[in-house]
Design a protein around this ligand. Structure first.
Ligand code: ADP
Length: 490
């Protein structure tokens, strides 16, 4: 909008008509005081200001306007009939005006100037807006940068307080920060510690993870600088993402040397203990058999009873030692299978006979498909799995002697064997661990004897047959343990 200021209404009238004929919005004021009130209330793109006015003259108005932030940039065209003298023109400019037109006004010239100023005003406005936006943007960036700096500082302080070696890197894997523990294993902050020649290379393993933005976890030996010895560490490198994009990686090396040594010692102990136990056990067994033959003539019935009990306990001990031996074989990768073509139905009925002979009053029900398709497997080991599933089913069912064996041919050409019992069941949260080494369900561990290794051995045997295993169970109602093994490919 353009403001025309003149104390004579007839001058205002003609100027107003001229400007409105060119589609400008026009407002008017009849005095300097009136002008000041209006400019503070409204926004004007240009003021056409008569110099000669009673009270405040045009120059005074212009000077006052140049003192307010809101009005100091509004262009002013002075109109005057008298002040054509150069010194008045200069006075006009010095007080903030931009142009000066003498009366009588040439309408074409005035319109030209108005249009120019109007455009100028619009451009200034746009420029101001851009400037404000830019200033805001700079402020936001400054704030974000300060926050980022604070976060990085916090992260570094946290990493500094860890007992582990810790580092951060750029998204491409260039190390940016290392904590002080780092220097126990590396001379500088750019290179990883020296890795044992037999262990996997960090960079190549990490490069694979970078392709998928996934975390890296690996065990490796790194050399301690002081002692010049390698120590086992667990390396974890985790991507830090912002809006789905990796902005940083944070890594730690945790010393697991002591755990590794303890596990090694335990495995060695297991291996030695089971071997040492086996030799005297075998001889005792042989002697008892001899004794059994020698005392058949003995008429005292308790001799036979005691002998049977000794033999039954010996069998238990034998199974225990055999299981311990199996564990140490699994640990050292020496549990080898002897696979050949087997008759599964015959195997199953022999297993059922063994269970019948060793347990009183059991009811074993067979359901499902008859297995006449050929299977390549280690017969002794599959028998071991079946006996394990069945003895567990009976052991953990103190109030039921019923067990169902179900056999199925699956659509992907596997044999699936399920052993279902109606015993104590297994709590849901424990089911996923049930095939783990030395795992026993705490709630029932005191009621039932065992070491928690039978299912672990079964799982290794089934894995070596490329099969699957698992359990479904409902506490107080019973469990169904299953395993699968592939049929022979035709
Ligand atoms: P063990 O029976 O010698 O403890 P296993 O490895 O055979 O060892 O079994 C591990 C654990 O799984 C057992 O301690 C028991 O808590 C649980 N378990 C195994 N079979 C059953 C079952 N049929 N019903 C309920 N719990 C079972």
């Amino acid at each position: 909008m353009i403001l025309i200021v003149d104390d004579k209404p007839e001058n205002i009238y003609s100027l107003r008509r001229l400007l409105e004929s060119k589609n400008f919005n026009v407002d008017t004021a009849l005095s300097g005081e009136d002008t000041l009130k209006k400019v503070l209330k409204n926004d004007y793109a240009l003021i056409i200001l008569d110099v000669q006015m009673p009270g405040m003259d045009g120059f005074e108005v212009a000077e006052t306007l140049s003192g307010f932030n809101k009005t100091k940039n509004i262009p002013i065209i002075f109109l005057s009939a008298v002040n054509t003298d150069k010194k008045f023109i200069t006075k006009g400019y010095a007080s903030g005006a931009i142009d000066y037109v003498t009366k009588p006004v040439d309408p074409d010239i005035l319109i030209l100037k108005v249009k120019t100023f109007y455009r100028l005003y619009e451009q200034t406005l746009a420029l101001n807006e851009t400037q404000t936006a830019l200033r805001e943007e700079i402020e936001i960036r400054k704030k974000v940068q300060a926050e980022l700096k604070e976060r990085v500082y916090q992260l570094h302080s946290t990493l500094e307080s860890l007992p582990q070696l810790a580092f951060t890197s750029s998204p491409k894997g260039n190390i940016e920060f290392v904590n002080k523990q780092w220097y126990k294993f590396s001379f500088d902050n750019e290179n990883f510690p020296e890795i044992h020649p037999e262990d996997k290379n960090i960079q190549s393993e990490w490069a694979l993870c970078m392709l998928a933005d996934s975390p890296l976890e690996m065990e490796l030996r790194i050399k301690e600088l002081n002692s010049e010895t390698y120590r086992f560490h667990l390396l974890r490198i985790t991507p830090i993402k912002e809006k789905g994009v990796v902005v940083k990686w944070v890594g730690t090396f945790t010393d697991i040397e002591d755990q590794k040594q303890a596990i090694k010692k335990k495995d060695e102990f297991l291996s030695i203990a089971s071997h040492e136990l086996k030799t005297p056990l075998t001889s005792i067994k042989a002697y008892i058999q001899l004794l059994e033959r020698n005392i058949q003539s003995d008429k005292n019935p308790s001799t036979t009873i005691y002998l049977n009990r000794a033999q039954s306990q010996l069998n238990k001990l034998n199974t225990l030692v055999a299981d311990l031996l199996d564990i140490s074989k699994i640990e050292s990768g020496k549990l080898k299978l002897n696979k050949k073509l087997i008759d599964f139905e015959a195997l199953l009925s022999s297993v059922t006979d063994i269970i019948d002979q060793t347990h009183d009053n059991v009811e074993i029900i067979r359901e499902g498909d008859t297995i006449d398709t050929e299977i390549i497997a280690d017969e002794i080991r599959i028998e071991q799995v079946l006996i394990n599933y069945l003895t567990n089913a009976l052991k953990y069912s103190p109030d039921s002697k019923k067990v169902i064996i179900r056999t199925e041919k699956t659509s992907n050409n596997f044999l699936k064997v399920t052993v279902q019992d109606f015993g104590i069941g297994i709590p849901v949260e424990k089911q996923k661990n049930i095939f783990g080494k030395f795992f026993r369900v705490e709630e029932s561990s005191l009621r039932f004897q065992g070491l928690g290794i039978g299912l672990y051995i079964c799982s290794d045997i089934i894995k070596q047959h490329n099969g699957k295993y698992g359990v479904t169970s409902s506490e107080g109602k019973g469990s169904s343990f299953y395993f699968t093994i592939p049929f022979k490919q035709s």
